[in-house]
Design a protein around this ligand. Sequence first.
Ligand code: SF4
Ligand code: MG
Length: 331
Amino acid sequence: MSLMLEVKNLKTGFDIDGEIYHAVDDVSFSVKPGQILGVVGESGCGKSVMSLSVMQLLPKGIGKITGGEIKFQGKNIENYSSDEMNKIRGKDISMIFQEPMTSLNPVFTIGSQIEEIILNHSTMSKAEAKRKSIELLKQVGIPRADQIIDEYPHQLSGGMRQRVMIAIAIACQPKLLIADEPTTALDVTVQAQILELLKSIQAKTDMSIVLITHDLGVVAEMCDDVIIMYAGKIVERTNVDNLFHNPQHPYTKLLMASIPRIDEEVEKLTTIQGIVPSLKNMPQLGCRFVDRCPSAMSECSKVTPKLTFIDEGHEVSCLLYKDCNTREGVS
Ligand code: SF4
Ligand code: MG
């Protein structure tokens, strides 16, 4: 089966005072049709920049893809013009963000915002687009859909706005949905409903989902496979079962030890000391986790680890694992 999304050696840089700093540095992963891939890491680890790169939504004039390839259904899209990208964005690849209030336009009705995306990507008449919009609102569990359609974003609750965003995202039946912290701004019960909704849409349509989150509970609930990012690089890639029962990278182990578990008795939750290095202070050589790693060795600041196969479907980037080292400095 061909891949839905294939990202190879992606590098995305930001221009800060005339110098390029890489927020995503040599990241490779793929997503199969129907797969839900979790992307996990603390804020500032490059998760959102990675997804904005795929969507070509990086801040203009500041963020730039400086290397690598992005293939969607086998076609390279990293060099698409904005016209070419506009044709697939919202139609074949959609995105939902954390805060729907900033993604919905406050001065247009809910209906006109859903209709716009339908009209942009189809030959439907305005009346047909309106009917379809009402259908979509019903599909995402919005009551009184025929009235809500004429309301404005501020008239809805946060959970309802996120449902509207999902309706917009799935309006054209995309093959790939990128969801960046889709439930972070919502309270726990609404969060569970939104995740349930995404899951049921995925099951019915078989679209692929890249789910970006810092919440490991969301990963457990939703994902098949997961990549763990740290300071612009992937440090571990595995399935969700391994993530919870057999994590290998010291960072992943600490992340797992920092969440409450119902399946194991834990005496004390761990906190990860220190912070992710800032873009300007990213170590160019060695492991980027070295300052925070409880297992750090002297070579960790001299040799850059490389993402390496350790078991079927399981890769890790840490010098504790033989074969993970590369003397060239940049993995
Ligand atoms: Fe820790 Fe060294 Fe592995 Fe980095 S390479 S995670 S510093 S042991
Ligand atoms: Mg983010």
